[in-house]
Design a protein around this ligand. Sequence first.
Ligand SMILES: [Zn+2]
Ligand SMILES: [Zn+2]
Length: 116
Amino acid sequence: MKIIYMERPSSLVSCIYCNVSFVDKIELRAHCQTDTHEMMIMSDDGHDWYWRPPPRGFKSDTYVLCENWRDSGSCRYGVQCVQAHGEDELIEWKERFHYREMKLQRAREKELFGED
Ligand SMILES: [Zn+2]
Ligand SMILES: [Zn+2]
């Protein structure tokens, strides 16, 4: 009588960002191509932010303080304004940028970033 061992995955791979496990690297790689995974990496969730989210598509060194806001304490663009309304907001925007950069960097190191 032959004993058939169940083929067990030697090491379960998982995506630390989405908190899901896969039986092999191929499955994981497929997962890394999905939009949901990319969104998890790109987002700055996991941290309590106080101010408005920073404008998308801007580099951290192009974040500036809104002149209208600085001069008069108000701005006609309101929440749509892509410039920071206050020093504190500006500081947080830069923090958020670095937070996302770090997350992305970590994903690349762990080969969890979909880009080949
Ligand atoms: Zn994922
Ligand atoms: Zn403004």
